[in-house]
Write a protein that binds this ligand. Structure first.
Ligand code: NI
Length: 193
């Protein structure tokens, strides 16, 4: 297994709509690497576009169960929503309040290429919505109440960041300097490519 590099906000792949998987494209090593990366980074979910693979695969863990789902789709959801703090491995050191459905039903195909259907509530429901958004080029900050966007207490946050407000513009500036010094193309907004 190997820990893959997680790309950061501004990388164009995060804004693409990912392509569906076919069975012959399933690669067990890649699944293991995705899981390894999620656990090593202390995440509860990871979508393939976050490791620069623009394909429809998510892995999630609610600490009790682990899910590997190809071509996941939300087929039903509750009417009720709940707002809670969310973060993302592609936006390290930040969090914001996001409204999500309380309950979702997700279908897809598992690692053995069997159809599955999962009913999720609580944290798992949030994780599914967040990760499936990644497959459509959507990030949580697109849905967040941006007045709640703030730097977290994560040790990875450069103390110099804290002196600046966590507005989207400043986050973009900081990410440009911190993660994308040599990038030719940066895409911060959705639907530009
Ligand atoms: Ni994320």
């Amino acid at each position: 297994m190997a820990v893959l590099k997680v790309i950061k906000y501004g990388h164009p792949t995060l804004r693409k709509v990912a392509a569906p998987y076919t069975q012959d494209e399933v690669d067990e090593k890649f699944i293991d690497d995705m899981l390894d990366t999620m656990y090593t980074e202390d995440g509860v979910g990871l979508a393939a576009p976050q490791v620069n693979v623009s394909k429809r695969l998510i892995v999630c863990s609610d600490r009790e169960n682990e899910f590997v789902i190809f071509n996941p789709k939300i087929i039903a959801h509750s009417e009720s929503v709940k707002a809670d703090l969310e973060g993302c491995l592609s936006l390290p050191g930040l969090h914001a309040n996001v409204e999500r459905y309380d309950k979702v039903i997700v279908t897809g195909v598992d690692a053995s290429w069997q159809n599955i259907e999962v009913t999720a509530t609580g944290l798992l429901a949030v994780v599914f919505q967040h990760e499936i958004d990644h497959l459509n080029g959507t990030l949580y900050i697109d849905r967040a109440d941006l007045t709640t966007l703030a730097w977290t207490d994560a040790v990875t946050v450069d103390p110099a960041r804290r002196e600046q407000p966590a507005t989207v513009e400043i986050v973009q500036q900081i990410f440009r300097q911190q993660y994308h010094t040599n990038a030719d193309v940066l895409v911060f907004e959705k639907n530009l490519i």
